[in-house]
Design a protein around this ligand. Structure first.
Ligand code: HEM
Length: 115
């Protein structure tokens, strides 16, 4: 798969992860939605690492700052989404806009690559 194909897949998985988070925040039921969310977050980081390789960035730390920020944001999305929807379902919809902000920051990191 060439660099552009990979990046398209990565961006689609970012959209899917945010869309599934929003569905779960707003009470979407069923194991299948949780599984789709889980698989999309896993494939999002896998495609991120594969695209990184195309930049000659080693897969072992230390990573550039922009990758560390994206990894941190990915961890927040991946851990907080199931925890909040399970433990605080009444508060979960409040994460809609913060999650979109996370996606925006992750995109800015990829486009501007500060440090
Ligand atoms: C928080 C979840 C994430 C979101 C929303 C996200 C979003 C994006 C977007 C929209 C792009 C395309 C930017 C462009 O057009 O140049 C991108 C590119 C990229 N992302 Fe992610 N990403 C996420 C997580 C990650 C992770 C965890 C990694 C690394 C392990 C990663 C590595 C990359 C790389 C290497 C590129 C290519 C940059 C380029 O081509 O210039 N991303 N990401």
């Amino acid at each position: 798969m060439n660099y552009h194909d990979l990046k398209i897949v990565h961006i689609f998985l970012a959209f899917l992860t945010i869309a599934m988070s929003s569905a779960l925040f707003h009470g979407a039921k069923g194991k299948s939605k949780q599984i789709i969310f889980g698989v999309s977050t896993l494939l999002l980081i896998v495609t991120g690492f594969v695209v990184m390789g195309r930049f000659g960035i080693k897969h072992a730390p230390p990573y550039p700052l922009w990758i560390n920020v994206k990894l941190g944001l990915w961890l927040v999305l991946t851990i907080a989404t199931p925890v909040v929807t399970k433990r605080f379902p009444e508060k979960a919809p409040r994460l809609f806009w913060p999650w979109l902000l996370i996606a925006l920051i992750a995109t800015c990191m990829a486009v501007y690559k500060p440090m």
